[in-house]
Write a protein that binds this ligand. Structure first.
Ligand code: SF4
Length: 233
């Protein structure tokens, strides 16, 4: 891992633009850097912003087999529009096999379902890189309030979150300025979009956090990909 004074650089990033953070990232990690996307409600902005600076960056997308058909259509639209270097990741076993073996595991035990269908393929792919870029924002959920623009991650990686301080208004201003397509489910109240089972993603009510519709009632806010691993040895 490059030597980075995380505290110092995060202080500097607080007053820098997302584009400046991405430029710093690619200067320090000219190779072996990827970005991750879910092709969810707000994904178009980060995909556009990063690929304007690093056009060929590998774009990791975990296709769990449980996505909304609208998400896959949104993926196809963005891949064509932005000429994305898409690296689609899949679970070890097919969706049919998983359902035959486990039934609706996502209702009974979403952590185990995410572990097999989301986290395992993603963790395996991350081993090919030294750094990655994500679109998480502090105002999406309490679990994201303490995150930093650049963090040590999973022991060997560096994780960049250039949109961390963005408000919803900044997001929509950027999307409008660049005429970016939005996820078709967004206007139906899905502010954070994951897998299609109702127990995993539901529309958000007025006044709720954007991620309140994810695994509602299951005491689960994150799939595990964005857990804070910076304190791990
Ligand atoms: S979000 Fe739901 S369906 Fe998707 S992997 Fe997690 S528990 Fe399974």
């Amino acid at each position: 891992m490059n030597t980075i004074d995380f505290e110092k650089i995060n202080q500097e990033f607080e007053t820098q633009s997302a584009e400046e953070i991405v430029r710093w990232a690619v200067k320090n990690f000219p190779t072996d850097m990827a970005m991750a996307t879910s092709f969810g409600a707000e994904s178009a902005v980060l995909l556009h912003l990063v690929t304007q600076i690093i056009p060929n960056i590998p774009v990791l997308f975990t296709n769990t087999g449980f996505h909304f058909k609208e998400t896959l259509e949104h993926r196809d639209k963005l891949v064509a529009r932005l000429k994305l270097n898409l690296r689609e990741l899949k679970p070890e076993i097919s969706n049919e096999e998983f359902l035959a073996k486990n039934g609706k595991l996502y209702e009974r035990d979403p952590d185990s379902c995410c572990a097999v269908n989301k986290i395992a393929p993603f963790e395996k792919a991350l081993k090919d890189y030294k750094a990655w870029i994500t679109g998480i924002r502090r105002n999406q959920a309490d679990t994201r309030q303490q995150r930093q623009f650049v963090e040590p991650d999973r022991g060997t990686l560096v994780k960049f979150s250039p949109l961390l301080n963005w408000t919803s208004k900044m997001f929509w201003d950027y999307a409008k300025k660049h005429d970016l397509p939005y996820h078709p489910l967004w206007e139906k109240g899905y502010l954070s979009i994951g897998c299609s089972p109702e127990s995993c993603t539901r529309p958000v009510q007025l006044g709720e956090d954007p991620r309140a519709g994810r695994w509602a009632g299951k005491n689960k806010i994150e799939c595990g990909i964005h857990m804070d691993t910076s304190k791990q040895p």
